[in-house]
Design a protein around this ligand. Structure first.
Ligand SMILES: [Cu+2]
Length: 477
């Protein structure tokens, strides 16, 4: 059965009336009577009316057919679609979500279909796609399809190419994909709030011919920054540059999925940046080719070898390499404060300051206080793990990862490329790399004992009963 535009609007009007009938408060009723269903009439698709849309997301099963390498979204998933009259129909629901950056910090964020970032949209060049967007937020929104070539009226800029999508409304965006590459989606309405607190997603368009730009493992992630002030449960959308958390797919190390690959495989990592800072993304152990950006895949003469790819704000970069050298290779932003979690901003610099005696006096006022920072900040993680100097609630330690040889002293934008000669089905995390004999750095000699050495014992004075063995036995998440 086909519906005309008038039928659709009448149906929508009927729904509004039915809702009205069930509402008891006059205020609610008044609000509902101004629901702008008819105001938007001119924005309905002018030629294609389709069946009225139920405000429920598409089926959850993976709908991607075999025959090509689809994207692995770190800590995420791809959005299922259904075929409707030859059109791939996706359904995004903009809504508030419970989000955990890593065990220890949870917030209420805004996202899509229950998560931030929203699920990855994957399609193929030449596809006609229809993306239904239901707004369950307390304010209006839109979605802009960042980098995608489409008719102007599908570009999703509130006030410019469409009225905003009001709470409770479902809108359709429909266009034919004329390119392939790594793209994004995000609101173009109240952006500082909506982007700032988690609304974003990846939109990956694959080449029509699966042999073109083929890889064996294809990873995708979005970089972002968050102002979750210590002890709070919502990101502060008014912050412009001083952020506390730096994330890949809204997670911080050690909660970011590792990228597991087998030796000999061709690997692509698609990096998108919807944060407010540039990120020089650095891969250890390999040089890679930068093969494309949000404008699509570059011709090969434009590729260049790098070990660090700068991903600008609002940009995407694709990097590719063949996995040759096994190991656990770090992949991280090279701005060192972006591999950290919330810090005590504004604390005086204690580097090189002899604090002996001071901490004992402060401890009289603040039991458990320990002076830190004199010889660097690595000791923060140690002290946090030992359970003293607890931070504010709902606040991850500044650094938190633990590896096979102790603390990694990392948080934020840091994860691992795990290359193995054999990998388990489903590319499950293989655990830590077992270094072949003779391929690891080794201890030659230690420091000669000096008068200065007993300092370590001094700084621990008054902290009796702490279990220092935790340093080496802390569980690995
Ligand atoms: Cu960075």
């Amino acid at each position: 059965m086909r519906f005309s535009r008038r039928d659709l609007l009448t149906a929508a009007g009927a729904v509004t009336l039915a809702k009205l009938a069930t509402q008891s408060s006059p205020a609610q009723a008044a609000e509902a009577t101004v629901a702008p269903v008819h105001d938007h009439a001119a924005m309905m698709h002018p030629t294609e009316a389709h069946a009225p849309v139920a405000a429920t997301p598409a089926p959850q099963a993976d709908t991607r057919p075999a025959g090509r390498t689809w994207v692995t979204t770190l800590n995420g998933r791809s959005l299922p679609y259904r075929m409707v009259d030859g059109v791939k129909e996706f359904h995004l629901v903009a809504e508030e979500v419970e989000h955990e950056f890593a065990p220890g910090t949870k917030i209420k964020a805004w996202g899509y279909n229950g998560s931030t970032p929203g699920p990855t949209i994957e399609a193929v060049e030449g596809d006609r796609v229809r993306i239904l967007v239901t707004n369950r937020l307390p304010e209006h929104t839109t979605i802009h399809w960042h980098g995608i070539l489409l008719p102007n009226g599908m570009d999703g800029v509130a006030g410019l190419t469409q009225p905003p999508i009001m709470p409770g409304e479902t809108w359709a965006y429909e266009f034919t994909l004329r390119q392939h590459g790594t793209h994004m989606y995000h609101p173009h309405a109240d952006e500082m709030v909506q982007l700032g607190i988690g609304m974003m997603g990846l939109f990956i368009i694959h080449p029509r011919d699966p042999a073109v730009a083929r890889v064996d493992r294809d990873f995708a992630l979005i970089l972002h920054n968050w102002a979750v002030h210590p002890g709070t449960y919502r990101a502060d959308p008014s912050v412009m540059t001083e952020f506390d958390l730096w994330t890949m797919n809204s997670k911080v190390f050690p909660a970011i999925d590792p990228m597991v690959v087998r030796t000999g495989q061709r690997v692509r990592i698609r990096i998108a940046n919807l944060s407010m800072h540039e990120h020089p993304m650095h891969l250890h152990g390999y040089k890679f080719s930068v093969t494309g950006g949000d404008g699509g895949r570059w011709q090969q003469s434009a590729w260049h070898d790098e070990v660090t790819a700068l991903v600008g704000v609002g940009q995407t970069r694709d990097i590719e390499f063949t996995a040759t050298e096994p190991g656990d290779w770090a992949f991280h932003c090279h701005k060192s404060h972006h591999t950290m979690n919330a810090m005590g901003h504004g604390i005086p610099n204690a580097m090189g300051v002899d604090q002996s005696g001071v901490d004992a006096e402060i401890r009289n006022l603040l039991p458990g206080y320990m002076a830190m920072g004199e010889r660097g900040m690595a000791e923060h993680q140690t002290h946090t793990q030992m359970g003293h100097m607890p931070g504010p609630e709902n606040t991850l330690p500044m650094m938190g990862g633990v590896g096979p040889f102790g603390n990694l002293e990392m948080g934020g934008m840091f994860t691992l490329l795990k290359v193995r000669t054999r990998v388990a089905g489903g590319y499950a995390d293989p655990g830590w790399y077992d270094h072949p004999r003779g391929t690891q750095a080794y201890l030659v000699s230690g420091p000669a004992p000096t008068e200065e050495q007993p300092k370590e014992a001094d700084s621990m004075k008054g902290m009796e009963g702490m279990d220092h063995s935790m340093l080496h036995t802390a569980p690995i998440e």
